[in-house]
Design a protein around this ligand. Structure first.
Ligand code: 13P
Length: 250
C-alpha cells in the first residue's frame, strides 16, 4: 500500500508572519488527517521558522531546490546538507518553473536527484509536458525522456527512493486542471514504464499529481488508482484548503 502524500509547494510566497499563521492553521486541524502524509516545501529563508513550528508535529517539510554541489563558491545556492541541517525530509527537484526560468536540463535535474539522496533527502521529482507538447501528442515521449534522465544517472532503484510529481505545465497556476482521466492515463503510463525495469519499484513508487489541484477537485483526482497524492501550489497557501485536500487523500 502506498501512503498518500500531500505536499504544499509555497513557491516564492509569504512572510515570517504569514508562515506562522498558515502553519498554525494547519496544525490546528492536523488531527483530522490520519493516514495521509503531509509536507510543506517552503522558501529556504523560512526553513528555520518552519522547523521551529513543525518539530514534533507529524507534518514534514522540505526545500524547493538543491545545488548539485556540496559546498563552495556558488552564490545564492543551497546545499543538500544545509536543507538536512534544518530538518528537511523532502526537496522539490526539477519543477517546471526552474526548468523554464533557470534553464534546468534533464541532466542537471538528474544530478540534483542524486545530490538530494546523498544528503538523505527524499526528492519530489517533477515532470510534465507543456501545452504545445500535449497538442502535438508527445506527452508520453516527454515524460519518458525526463524519467530516463534520472534512471540513466541514478539507476531505477534510486528513482524509487524519491517521489514523482506529474505536473502538466499547462495546468500549473492556470486554474485548468487535468481531468481525472487525463491524469490517471499519464500516471499509469509512468508506472508501467518504470515497471518494465523494476516491478517492485513501480508498485511502491508514489506518483503525485500537481497543477491547479484544489479543495474542490482533489477528491476526484485522488480517487484514481495511480494518483498517490498531490503537489499543491496556490491552494497550499490557505490552511483550510490545504487541509481539505489532505483529508480527501485518506
Ligand atoms: P498550482 O497548484 O498553483 O497550480 O501549482 C502547482 C505546482 O506547480 C506545484 O508544484
Amino acid at each position: 500500500m502506498r501512503q498518500p502524500l500531500i505536499a504544499g509547494n509555497w513557491k516564492m510566497n509569504g512572510s515570517r508572519e504569514s508562515v506562522k499563521v498558515l502553519l498554525d492553521g494547519i496544525k490546528h486541524s492536523v488531527h483530522d488527517v490520519s493516514t495521509a502524509q503531509m509536507a510543506v516545501c517552503a522558501p529556504h529563508i523560512f526553513l528555520g521558522d518552519v522547523q521551529a513550528q513543525l518539530e514534533n508535529s507529524k507534518i514534514a517539510w522540505g526545500g524547493q531546490d538543491i545545488s548539485v554541489h556540496e559546498s563552495g563558491a556558488y552564490t545564492g545556492e543551497t546545499a543538500g546538507s544545509m536543507l538536512a541541517d534544518y530538518g528537511c525530509e523532502f526537496v522539490i527537484i526539477g519543477h517546471s518553473e526552474r526548468r523554464t526560468y533557470h534553464a534546468e536540463s534533464d541532466q542537471l535535474v538528474a544530478e540534483k536527484f542524486a545530490a538530494a539522496r546523498q544528503s538523505g533527502l527524499t526528492p519530489i521529482f517533477c515532470i510534465g509536458e507543456t501545452l504545445q507538447e500535449r497538442e502535438k501528442h508527445i506527452t508520453e515521449q516527454v515524460v519518458a525522456r525526463q524519467i530516463d534522465a534520472v534512471i540513466n544517472h541514478c539507476g531505477v532503484k534510486m528513482l524509487g527512493e524519491g517521489v514523482v510529481a506529474y505536473e502538466p505545465v499547462w495546468a500549473i497556476g492556470t486554474g485548468v486542471t487535468a481531468t481525472p482521466d487525463q491524469a490517471q492515463e499519464a500516471h499509469n503510463f509512468i508506472r508501467t514504464k518504470i515497471a518494465e525495469l523494476d516491478a517492485k519499484v513501480a508498485d511502491e513508487l508514489r506518483i503525485l499529481y500537481g497543477g491547479s489541484m484544489n479543495a474542490k477537485n482533489a477528491a476526484d483526482l485522488l480517487a484514481q488508482p495511480d494518483i498517490d497524492g498531490g503537489l499543491i501550489g496556490g491552494a497550499s497557501l490557505k490552511s483550510a484548503d490545504f487541509m481539505t485536500i489532505c483529508q480527501a487523500a485518506q
